[in-house]
Design a binder for this molecule. Structure first.
Ligand code: FAD
Length: 326
């Protein structure tokens, strides 16, 4: 089937407004870079996601799920196939234990008791929810434990896949279970231990599963405490990160025995520019879109930085961002 025929099939199953053809991906990535996706589809519920998965399968079309596109570099010729944005936004908060129950449970071990005596909440949240928005909802409800994630500009889906983290917290610390669609389009629930979380990695890193939502385990706190932590983290980001320029956050992963940004800085690469892409002068770990950069500029800069760091220090640095497309 050609593009128009597939569009017709899609429109039989989904609202027309949710289907865009030849959509520039620079409109859907924080890098503000990327050529057109053949189809850019927004799904507002699980049924719509399943329909899109079926249509992609039947027509042999590559399918890539995205959240806020804040860890992605899409190549200049775009993406042949379907980009699916999961716009699932529901949230449900349940108080699971009150203080007395928790104290009783842990009273055998006084040490644990003092750590765990906070009231617990289970926050059921769908994958399209933006982390910043969730942080504000939790603040309003006086629920703590999520502050570390508030300044990460992604969604729940992207954050679970990446085991996103900052300021001493990671998703692996707060996820109780994850609900996803597997390759057969079946809904599956797995517990934290089965998610294979490690640094910027999860079970979902190497699979084409579609994360639908999760339960987060959080705790009661005061508005003041939560607000202070949120403000502190935001202030630190403003001071240290080039958030005034488009980027996809840290371009490279931390090394096992080194801080990548520090190595890049020590190699004299801060400010190094190729085309419109630049190694940020503020934070060497970030490649920024300084001036209408193309994906090719960024990729060439990544290659250059990787080569120079290896030549000068003998260390291999690995990408944290994901490059997709043609
Ligand atoms: C200024 C800035 C600061 C950042 N700071 C941090 C930080 O402090 N810590 C950190 O960890 N990251 C940080 N990031 C990177 C990024 O925000 C995170 O990796 C985030 O988790 C990506 O979420 P997303 O929704 O944007 O995912 P996307 O970029 O859209 O996608 C990332 C990956 O997740 C997959 N994915 C997305 N949604 C789903 C889903 N529903 N089901 C299955 N797979 C899915 C995509 O296919 C892709 O493989 C930063 C980025 C920027 C631009």
């Amino acid at each position: 089937m050609n593009q128009k025929e597939i569009e017709k099939v899609l429109k039989e199953k989904l609202p027309s407004a949710n289907i865009k053809l030849n959509e520039p991906m620079k409109l859907h990535t924080s890098f503000k870079i990327g050529g057109p996706a053949d189809f850019f589809i927004t799904a507002n519920n699980i049924q719509e996601i399943r329909e899109v998965v079926n249509i992609a399968k039947e027509n042999n079309l590559p399918l890539k799920v995205v959240g806020n596109g804040t860890n992605l570099l899409v190549k200049d010729n775009g993406f042949r196939g379907i980009i699916l944005k999961t716009n699932l936004q529901e949230i449900k908060i349940t108080k699971t234990k009150n203080k007395d129950e928790i104290n009783t449970k842990y009273k055998i071990n006084e040490m644990e008791s003092s750590i765990n005596c906070k009231e617990e909440y289970i926050v059921n949240v769908q994958s399209g929810m933006a982390l910043g928005k969730l942080a504000q909802i939790l603040l309003k409800n006086e629920i703590g434990g999520f502050e570390f994630a508030s300044g990460i500009p992604g969604t729940i889906g992207g954050a679970i896949k990446m085991n996103a983290g900052a300021y001493g917290g990671e998703f692996k610390d707060i996820v109780q279970d994850v609900t996803y669609l597997n390759e057969q389009n079946d809904i599956v629930v797995i517990q934290n231990m089965q998610c294979d979380f490690s640094y910027r990695h999860s079970l979902f890193s190497n699979k084409d599963y579609i994360i639908l939502g999760c339960n987060l385990k959080l705790y009661k706190d005061t508005k003041e405490n939560i607000k202070n932590k949120l403000d502190e983290n935001l202030q630190s980001r403003r001071e240290k990160q080039p958030i005034e320029y488009p980027s996809a956050g840290s371009t490279f992963k931390r090394g096992e025995d080194f801080i990548t940004a520090k190595l890049i800085d020590e190699c004299g690469l801060k400010g190094y520019t190729i085309g419109g892409a630049q190694v940020s002068e503020k934070h060497a770990g970030f490649i920024i879109n300084k001036n209408n950069a193309t994906a090719e500029d960024v990729i060439n800069l990544i290659k250059h930085v990787t080569e120079i760091v290896y030549e000068k220090t003998g260390k291999k640095i690995n990408l944290e961002i994901e490059i997709i497309g043609k």
